[in-house]
Design a protein around this ligand. Structure first.
Ligand code: ZN
Length: 469
């Protein structure tokens, strides 16, 4: 193979994460995107497993860190987004439609719903509601982007945020910002094996131009000063702890508040790409419109309170796109669509081949029973090299299990485990299928150890995926 390097769309297709929009639907004569539409990533079966596994991890992760878990509607009355101001300032990016003479929108953001949830809890439970109040959602949003700008998973019209909103007293703001950064580090390292260091991460701090507060930047000078002080101190603590650098953009804040974006730098052979990940944004607009300040003052007697938007990965689709390019299509075992491929190596002699086939199929069935996604591929001694190369350049299962004459006769298990950037081969005694299952499960649990520590979850969604091999 020569020519252009693979990009994230190629990897996503090979892993069966997505259906290629410009491929043709058999017999129907049209391409998939003719039916699906532009800019809405169409996830396939592998993508379904990936998304559900990641969602389970994210929910467990946030629930353990004091976030309440929400799941809010995709469609809302436009009244909600009039209240938030989006209908006035963001309408050209929204999908708006009428049903029975009422106007609806497909939500472009989750924030208005999360603030309504807070107000509902205040109404029901008054002062028993503790601050900081943190709501998390794996929230699917849709925003209009011109069709010319759409690209793969990176520029899309429908995407999913690991989104949370935090309502915190001013005195907690520094802690909140620092904790959010720490959470992002835990997630990147624990779930994606991405080491956070000064070499690959920097922080972009976007602050106001003080002279324009009250005109281009809404809110009071006191609010901006307090929020920017908290951000500045948090960034200093982050620099001290992780050695990451920062750039400050004066006047680059959003009109509604200052923010931090976390950027990852990906160095290729000839290219340097920047990849935006998490974000934390203060907002002085929504709390006014939703009367959060008034209600907090009334219920808690508290005056200084902040509303903060934050996402650790940002958009799951965009993050996945960047991650596939960085890892060259290697997903960790907890997220990989096909986790285990069993390679049955036939010899051409009966009854040896019957034994090999039986062992391979029995092992596959037992592993599926234990919750794994497994496939069996039959091959021969002469074609095994080509078959493994093909598997490694397409579906890339983190674990390969080889079953041949030797394995059956001697009761051993030959494994190849993709871990931390390369394959490690090992052979262990496993006289029975039950022993082999135990051994393989041990390998998966070892790979997933950090995920379990931080989220309390080992996602299990079993499937026989032999047909993708
Ligand atoms: Zn938000």
């Amino acid at each position: 193979m020569s020519g252009q390097a693979k990009d994230h769309v190629d990897f996503a297709y090979e892993l069966d994460l997505v259906i290629k929009p410009d491929s043709t639907v058999p017999l129907l004569g049209r391409e998939f995107n003719y039916y699906v539409g532009s800019g809405v990533p169409f996830f396939s079966i592998g993508g379904g497993y990936f998304r559900h596994a990641l969602q389970q991890i994210l929910v467990g992760f946030h629930a353990r860190r004091g976030y309440f878990i929400a799941e809010t509607p995709i469609i809302a009355s436009s009244e909600l987004f009039k209240l938030s101001g989006h209908m006035e300032f963001y309408r050209s990016n929204m999908f708006v439609f009428d049903i029975e003479d009422k106007e609806y929108v497909i939500k472009p953001m989750n924030c208005p719903f999360h603030l309504l949830i807070f107000l509902s809890h205040i109404a029901r439970y008054r002062g028993k509601v503790r601050l900081p109040f943190k709501v998390f959602e794996v929230g699917r949003v849709h925003r209009y982007e011109p069709s010319g700008s759409l690209y793969g998973l990176l520029r899309v019209r429908g995407f999913t945020q690991d989104d949370a909103h935090i309502i915190a007293p001013e005195s907690e703001a520094l802690n909140v910002v620092f904790n959010v950064f720490e959470e992002m580090v835990q997630l990147l390292e624990g779930v994606f094996n991405l080491k956070v260091s000064s070499e690959n991460i920097y922080v972009r701090l976007s602050v106001s131009d003080r002279s324009l507060i009250g005109r281009e930047f809404m809110g009071t000078i006191e609010e901006w000063e307090a929020a920017e002080r908290a951000l500045e101190e948090a960034v200093k603590a982050i620099e001290g702890r992780y050695g990451v650098s920062r750039v400050t953009g004066v006047g680059e804040a959003a009109f509604y508040g200052p923010k931090i974006d976390v950027m990852m730098v990906v160095k290729g052979e000839a290219t340097v790409k920047e990849w935006q990940m998490g974000t934390m944004q203060f907002d002085f607009n929504l709390p006014r419109r939703f009367r959060i300040y008034d209600v907090v003052r009334e219920v808690y007697g508290e005056t200084g309170v902040f509303v903060i938007h934050r996402a650790l990965l940002g958009s799951i689709e965009r993050f996945l796109g960047g991650y596939l390019e960085l890892s060259k299509g290697r997903l960790p075992v907890h997220l990989a669509p096909l986790q285990i491929a069993i390679i049955a190596i036939k010899t051409g002699e009966e009854p040896v081949d019957k034994d090999i086939e039986f062992k391979a199929v029995e092992l596959k069935d037992k592993l599926v029973e234990r919750g794994f996604r497994v496939g069996v591929k039959e091959t021969t001694r002469t074609s095994i090299g080509g078959d493994v190369r093909h598997i490694e350049s397409t579906v890339k299962p983190p674990i390969l299990v080889f079953i041949g004459e030797k394995e059956v006769k001697e009761g051993v298990l030959s494994l190849s485990v993709y871990t931390k950037g390369g394959r490690v081969r090992r052979q262990v005694q496993a006289r029975t299928v039950a022993e082999a299952v135990k051994e393989i499960e041990g390998v998966v649990l070892e790979e997933e150890k950090r995920v379990y520590e931080i989220s309390g979850v080992n996602p299990r969604m079993p499937a026989d995926l032999s047909h993708v091999l």
